[in-house]
Design a protein. Sequence first.
Lengths: 203, 291
Amino acid sequence: MAHYDFNMPVTEEQIRKLRVNDTVTLNGTLYGIRDATYIHMFDRGRKVKFDMRGHAVIHTAPNVRWVGETQAAPSGYAPICIGTTTSARMERFTRPLMEQYGVRITIGKGGLGQGSLEAFRDLGGVYLAVVGGAAALETTWVEQIEDVDLDDLNPESLWKFRVKGFGPLLVSMDSHGGSLYTQVNRSARDKRAAALASLGVKI
Amino acid sequence: MKVDLNQVEEACRELYIRALKILPPDIKQGFERLDRSETDATGKAILGTMIKNIKVAEDMNNLLCQDTGIPIYTVVIGAGVDVDGYRLKQAVIKGCERATREHPLRSSVVHPVTRVNQHTSCGRAVPVINIDFTAQEETLSIEMIPKGSGSENNSWLKMAVPADGVDAIKTFVIDCVLDAGGKTCPPTIVGVGVGGTADLCVHLSKVAATRPLGSKCDDPEGAKLETELTQAVNQLGVGPQGLGGDSTAFAVHVETAATHITMNPVAVNMQCHSARRARATFTPAGLTYGF
């Protein structure tokens, strides 16, 4: 269980070193993305202006305040509360995001499925778990909203955050086929019969 | 008692913001209880982060969670309260809309087909407004719940049949918790509706999921199921965020309703660990805020 500090972007080599139960803290650029952003990028073919190669995305749609473009708020938006949404809904976009945009890290909560795990293995990627619902704390790790694209989808725009000390985040899916979600799920299903027996249910 | 609708609008604005920022004391106590008993290192670390977040939100006057949810207002009108029902609903909607624009809050509400967001947290039939009546004299209370989507997306209804018995209810709850895994942001409050019609059963599951911790179903059969099921789901080891541990649910809550001779419906709705709610109570003495 090692800890890594990453200044974004990262290389495939850095990602391949990570194993489940390691922890990672990010610095620099982090992109915010979610349902509508993915749908417009991959189902409707919209192009984005950012070079996301080697970068990380987080499943989010933040609460923001429009303050007008200033040096402190180059995007015109000031963060209010930036947290994380459930990743499972966006399962089918992991591979195209990695193949077409070169993204290496997905940050979210609740985990992703088998397809994503295979994409991480084939292309060199990881999933980092942030504690869902701990958004007030997470917001303190975000220095600035630097830029935004596809903003007609607001709040589901493609956000470019500048982060400092974003973490520690738990490596919960790695590029070697490891997934804490699969492990926990399998172990929980193994306990199903005992739980039902404790309730007097006849199987 | 005559209710001032301007005050209702103001309260509904305030309630949305309060609910998003201050976790009720029973939930905070629930965290302390789980933190004491959690034996898994990852689970314990995650609970610690959640507890820290509650304090950061209060210290910085910020939202606990980014998800502003679907706004739900439950208005309970006591005996002897004089209020125009139609205008009351308009005041609730206006308050919700103003909270969103004036704070500002992320509007999480879109049209179901066009996906257009009006940026008001309002839309067709939203906010959800439930209205009920009570014998309590000269009292009007409004409870506000921002229902997050991580938990709401994991909602289930099973129209079991009488021959399946109570075993069907118990099995269904266990399987829903397994199915949800970490997607519902555990530790959760697992709300179970038992009986009624299909829609009433689902509604009861939501009432159960959003009831304060420590409260009990007032049907002894429901209360018995609560005790048994709370113990059983916490044997599964799903744990905080679905990453393993003892703390899968703060509690299982059950609400029951009479049902048809041919029916045995069961519904499950969950509330995430950010189990937010706020309450405003109007009496002749004035307006007070609580949980």
